[in-house]
Design a binder for this molecule. Structure first.
Ligand code: KG4
Ligand code: ZN
Length: 343
């Protein structure tokens, strides 16, 4: 039996999970999550310094909640996200985990944030019950679509991967956040655009940059075309109606998702994987899930549970459970470094 405390502070979610594992089975004993949406929403995006302040406040409170039910002495390892992410936020997580590791005299398993999105697809977000870790078939094509990343990989097995492409500018989630801002909606944009788009029609043409060129993505041209379109509509009709907003949201979302799927399809044809994994905050979107299932009816497709799509402590803990196999990842509390950009 092994007990892992997974700590998340990459971006704007503070999370702590206590996970119990035995061979191919795990049990989530506690999953504490505090979103900072209300703090950042007025600014239309994440303010790093506020994110750090919130983590500093939230992480001890989340740990108190866990302490009410569990003795921290049972913990074998601490795990936390070391990046890529927002540096001030990651530093707060690091300070928190280092102090805890020192107090409890435990070692730390550092988890890469993108790795955490990948491993999140292996389990369900069920509290208090034993579950079998999914036996995902490899090789697999993996698309990570989040607020900070749009990466396509070929995974030979859970530990050996090759990056095929990534975004050259905005990430998929970032482009949804910017599109939402252009429509005068709040933050995060993805769920707000999804809601509007449900009642809208995709009637506007928007560009799909880099479509025919390799596996890299580019969404800044799409965002600029969207902002220009909004400006043009406002010039001709004054204010946008609710119907205009719904149609604009549906058009943006469809163009973005079709671009993602186009590249995925191209990679599927070239690499002929045994399964597809799509993960990260943007895959919380039900329309994107439906589109992917529709395009690849013969493939085994793995998504994280909707509630594990965006950042949380469970993803960190389950990643650490996998990484325990690789002992080189277990570090002393004074050997931890965080990083903002993907290495
Ligand atoms: O993985 P995540 O929580 O944080 C990063 O690693 O960046 O992803 C956050 C991103 C945001 O851009 C947010 O707008 C997007 O995921 N997102 C969604 C949905 N829920 C969150 N995008 C589309 N549809 C959603 N339902
Ligand atoms: Zn993330």
């Amino acid at each position: 039996m092994v007990y892992i405390l997974g700590i998340e502070s990459t971006c704007d979610e503070s999370g702590i999970c206590l996970l119990e594992g035995k061979e191919k089975k795990v049990r989530i004993l506690a999953n504490e999550l505090r979103s900072q949406i209300k703090v950042h929403s007025p600014y239309g995006g994440i303010v790093p310094i506020l994110a750090a302040r919130e983590h500093k406040k939230n992480l001890p409170l989340l740990l108190e909640n866990i302490k009410n039910f569990f003795d921290l002495k049972i913990i074998d390892y601490l795990a936390f996200s070391i990046g890529p992410g927002l540096l001030p936020a990651l530093v707060e997580g690091k300070n928190f985990v280092q102090k805890l590791a020192k107090d409890l005299n435990k070692k730390i398993i550092p988890v890469n944030h993108l790795e955490a999105h990948f491993f999140s697809t292996f389990i369900k977000n069920k509290i208090g019950v034993w579950q079998k870790i999914k036996n995902i078939e490899f090789p697999s094509l993996v698309l990570v679509v989040s607020g900070g990343h749009t990466n396509l990989y070929f995974f030979k097995n859970p530990f050996e991967k090759k990056k095929l492409g990534s975004t050259l500018d905005d990430a998929a989630g970032e482009s949804l956040d910017k599109a939402a801002r252009a429509l005068g909606l709040g933050y995060p944009g993805g769920p707000l655009i999804e809601k509007l788009a449900q009642k809208g029609q995709s009637i506007y043409y928007l560009p799909k940059p880099l479509l025919e060129r390799g596996y890299n993505f580019s969404f800044s041209g799409l965002k600029t075309a969207f902002i220009d379109l909004i400006k043009e509509l406002k010039e001709t009709k004054g204010e946008l109606s609710e119907e205009d907003k719904r149609n604009l949201a549906a058009s943006f979302q469809k163009t973005l998702f079709e671009t993602l799927i186009y590249k995925l399809k191209k990679a599927v044809n070239e690499f002929k994987p045994k399964s597809l994994i799509v993960t990260g905050g943007v895959i919380a979107n039900k329309t994107l899930r439906k589109m992917i299932k529709f395009v690849f009816p013969k493939y085994k497709i793995y998504f994280p549970d909707i509630s594990l799509s965006t950042d949380n402590g469970v993803n960190i803990a389950i990643s650490a459970y996998f990484l325990l196999e690789k002992e080189e990842k277990i570090l002393d509390y004074n050997n931890i470094e965080v990083f903002a950009r993907e290495k």
